[in-house]
Structure formats: structure tokens, C-alpha cells
Write a protein that binds this ligand. Structure first.
Ligand code: GLV
Ligand code: MN
Ligand code: MN
Length: 435
């Protein structure tokens, strides 16, 4: 079972004002239960890793579906053909348009407990309250636990939300994971019906829009001492996987001027990415994977594999950086007498929030007596995919530990979570009053 990190402690009921944040505690407890499932190799070390369709991943889906059904009172609960957990709470009129919400339940390797999962559990807590009160909204609420957003096991990303927007590329099914297991086989093994994927595409005319609650994953709200923030836009991103090919040779006998060192070339590229991204505000570039396959201490690297992730507030700034980096890679390789391969594996356009939905979040936050803080999202989210087909807006919740994320030290408080649930309830209530 993953280790308990020091920040993972729920405030006691009367820590402060004798108030018990029941809704926040519920979400907290669900998140703790989900964190008991982790992939082999990580679980033993107390690390949380849940990648697409592993046993731990399927267990998380089962738990979510069970809670939606048994604890929350959703009317329909199903695990769909890509592994999304979909719960529907009907409105007074079953045919009424639905509000779509949710986030992902997969994680990065050795990640935190709240990235993604918060956006599934917060609306689940809202449905639980409504069904306990026997309350129905004039519109339906569809909560989706997206099966995959993090792009860890396969090169493709947004497998879950992409299926809903009709962007699941069937060519992905032949991709292999690090152990040579194709996506198609992983899906079959999980009992998913690959042929049904096209049927998952939603008709936007049947939806009011998409909203997503997410932990901020950065330091801003923490520094401002604010529990909630309003997302104005999600930064655009592009990702590549690359390989430089040189010549492996003897480290002791190959003179420095005769080497064709693939790793030294990628090292040059990494420094270029760092400098280029740092030269423009709100542009970021990361080489997060760097590997000399089959390398040895006494061999000049003949091959070097790397990843590249570039993000910016506008697509233009992102693309200009990507073009420069590609040109620099070509220049470095030419100068050093090397070859390279570079494959674009993901491209997501910057996604500005829909004005009306952003305002609904603003009014919801204000109704709790909290100040407004508007901010862009540096991280990518399922909302970027839904943005392609319907209006969307996100609500951020503060992360502790200086907002660190994609790290086991990611943390939240039950008090903040309680506010996030209440903000979601306020958004639902407002929508009820709209003509
Ligand atoms: C998703 O977590 C991302 O990489 O932004
Ligand atoms: Mn993430
Ligand atoms: Mn996320």
C-alpha cells in the first residue's frame, strides 16, 4: 500500500471553528481509498502509479462505478468501451440536456492522489447529496471518470475524453507499451469492446457544456492563500518523441574529434530548449525522458532517445518555439554527423474558457464569500478535448506543499475540498434558476 506522506492528514472536526467539512471529508476518504491501488513495481515502494488498463487501473474504475451506484445514487453507471466510468443522474425531464463534467483517474508514475480524481469525486459528492435529499435538477448531470489523460503507457493521450469527442484514432490500437503489449490486446484483456469506441462520441447538441474541477498543480493559489481559482484558459501544448542515432564505439580508444555521440547531441538540444523557452514569458519546454538504450560506461552513446514537451498560452508562441527546436536539432545533428527521428505524439490547442461558463464559476465562488482569482492553466486537462466540441470552463482548487504536483507530495485539505464541492453545488443551483 502506498506510504502515507506527512501532508496526508485530514483536519480534525474541531481543529478550527468546530465545523466538520463533511463533503470535503467524503471526497478525501474516497481519494485515500483509490490511492490503495497502484501498479506493480510502484506499489511495493509505496508509490502511486495507475496507468491505462493495468489491474490497479481497472480496480479504480470498479470502485468508482460501485460508489456511483451504491453510495451516490446515480441512475445509470457504466464502464464504456475505452474504460471511462460514466454516471448519469437524470434531471426531472430525462430527455433534458445534460451538464457534462469529470476528469481522469489515471496517474503519472509516482504521482499524487488528487490530480484528475478530484474532478470526478467532487461532482460525485454533489450527486450523493442530491439523491439523499431526493432532489432532481431540471437538467441531467453526467459525470465521467476519464480512463486516460496522462499519456504514460502508450504514446497517445486523452484516450478517454478523445473517445467522447470522436477523436479516438483507431491507429493507436496497434501501439505497443514498453512490454510490447498492444493497446488492442490491453483493451481485450480488460473486456472492453474496441468496436464500440465510435459509439462513444457525444452529440454536443445534447449537452449544456463541460465543466471540470482540478487541483491547481502550481503555487499560485497557495501563495495567495486562496482555496479556489477561476481558469481563464488552458495553455496549448505539443509533444514529441525523438531519437538521435550516432555510432557506438570504444570510450577509451575513440579520439574526441572522431566521435558520433548521440547523447552529447541531445544534451546540446536540452540546453537549447531550456534557453529558448526561458526567453519568452509563459512559454515552457521540457525534456522529461532521456535515455541511452543499452548504454555502457565504456561505450560512446550510439543512440539517445528523448521526449519533448512545449507549452504556451497561445498556439503561435508554442509553434514558434517548436519550429526553432526542430531546426536546432537538425543543425546539431548535421554538425555532428548524426541522424535523428522526431515524431509528434500530441498536439492540443490552447483552450480559452467559455465566457458564460467562466462567469458561472465566478458567481459560484463569490456566493461562498470567497475572493475571485482568475488564472490560466499551465497543465493540460480533459477540458481541452471537450473544448473542441462544446463550451467549457474549469475551477481550480489550491494544492498544498507550494502546489507541487506530478509528485507524491501533492496535497489538499478537506476544508478546501469542502469549498470545491460547495462551489460545484452553487454552480448547479445557479443553472437551475437560469431560464
Ligand atoms: C497533464 O497532466 C499534463 O501533462 O499537463
Ligand atoms: Mn497530470
Ligand atoms: Mn490532471
Amino acid at each position: 500500500m502506498p506510504a502515507q506522506h506527512p501532508p496526508h492528514r485530514r483536519n480534525a472536526p474541531d481543529d478550527k471553528f468546530g465545523h466538520t467539512p463533511e463533503l470535503g471529508n467524503q471526497v478525501w476518504d474516497w481519494a485515500e481509498r483509490l490511492a490503495q491501488h497502484s501498479d506493480p513495481g510502484y506499489a511495493e515502494r509505496g508509490e502511486l502509479t495507475v496507468t491505462y488498463l493495468t489491474e490497479a487501473h481497472r480496480a479504480v474504475a470498479q470502485r468508482l462505478a460501485h460508489w456511483m451506484r451504491a453510495d451516490c445514487g446515480f441512475d445509470e453507471v457504466a464502464i464504456d468501451a475505452v474504460g471511462n466510468v460514466v454516471g448519469v443522474y437524470h434531471g426531472t425531464d430525462r430527455e433534458a440536456k445534460r451538464l457534462l463534467t469529470g476528469s481522469h483517474y489515471d496517474t503519472v508514475r509516482n504521482g499524487g492522489r488528487y490530480d484528475g480524481r478530484l474532478g470526478i469525486l467532487v461532482p460525485m459528492a454533489c450527486v450523493r447529496e442530491m439523491s439523499r435529499q431526493g432532489r432532481r435538477l431540471p437538467y441531467g448531470l453526467e459525470v465521467v471518470g476519464f480512463a486516460e489523460e496522462e499519456g504514460q503507457r502508450y504514446k497517445a493521450v486523452f484516450l478517454g475524453s478523445g473517445a467522447l469527442t470522436g477523436h479516438f484514432d483507431t491507429a493507436w490500437l496497434d501501439q505497443q507499451d514498453a512490454d510490447g503489449v498492444t493497446m488492442r490486446d490491453a483493451m481485450r484483456h480488460a473486456g472492453l469492446c474496441v468496436d464500440d469506441i465510435p459509439k462513444l462520441q457525444r452529440d454536443p447538441a445534447k449537452y449544456l457544456g463541460f465543466v471540470e474541477v482540478h487541483i491547481e498543480q502550481g503555487p499560485v493559489l497557495n501563495e495567495l492563500d486562496l482555496p479556489l481559482g477561476i481558469v481563464t484558459s488552458i495553455n496549448g501544448s505539443v509533444r514529441y518523441l525523438g531519437e538521435v542515432i550516432g555510432m557506438a564505439s570504444h570510450a577509451g580508444t575513440t579520439p574526441m574529434d572522431r566521435r558520433r555521440d548521440a547523447a552529447a547531441a541531445v544534451a546540446e538540444l536540452v540546453l537549447h530548449v531550456e534557453k529558448r523557452a526561458a526567453s519568452v514569458p509563459h512559454l515552457v519546454g521540457t525534456v522529461g525522458m532521456l535515455e541511452v538504450p543499452g548504454g555502457s560506461i565504456n561505450v560512446v552513446p550510439g543512440r539517445c532517445r528523448f521526449s519533448l514537451d512545449i507549452r504556451a498560452t497561445t498556439n503561435e508562441v508554442r509553434d514558434a518555439c517548436a519550429a526553432d527546436v526542430r531546426a536546432e536539432l537538425a543543425r546539431i545533428c548535421e554538425w555532428r554527423g548524426l541522424h535523428f527521428r522526431l515524431e509528434e505524439t500530441m498536439r492540443a490547442a490552447a483552450a480559452p474558457s467559455d465566457a458564460a461558463w467562466q462567469q458561472r464559476w465566478e458567481r459560484a465562488v463569490q456566493s461562498l464569500g470567497l475572493p475571485l482569482h482568475r488564472m490560466p492553466s499551465g497543465a493540460g486537462h480533459d477540458a481541452m478535448k471537450l473544448h473542441e466540441v462544446m463550451p467549457q470552463a474549469m475551477l481550480f482548487m489550491r494544492g498544498g506543499n507550494a502546489g507541487i504536483s506530478h509528485n507524491p507530495l501533492e496535497s489538499i485539505t478537506n476544508d478546501d475540498t469542502d469549498l470545491a464541492v460547495r462551489a460545484f453545488q452553487a454552480l448547479l443551483d445557479q443553472l437551475t434558476l437560469e431560464p
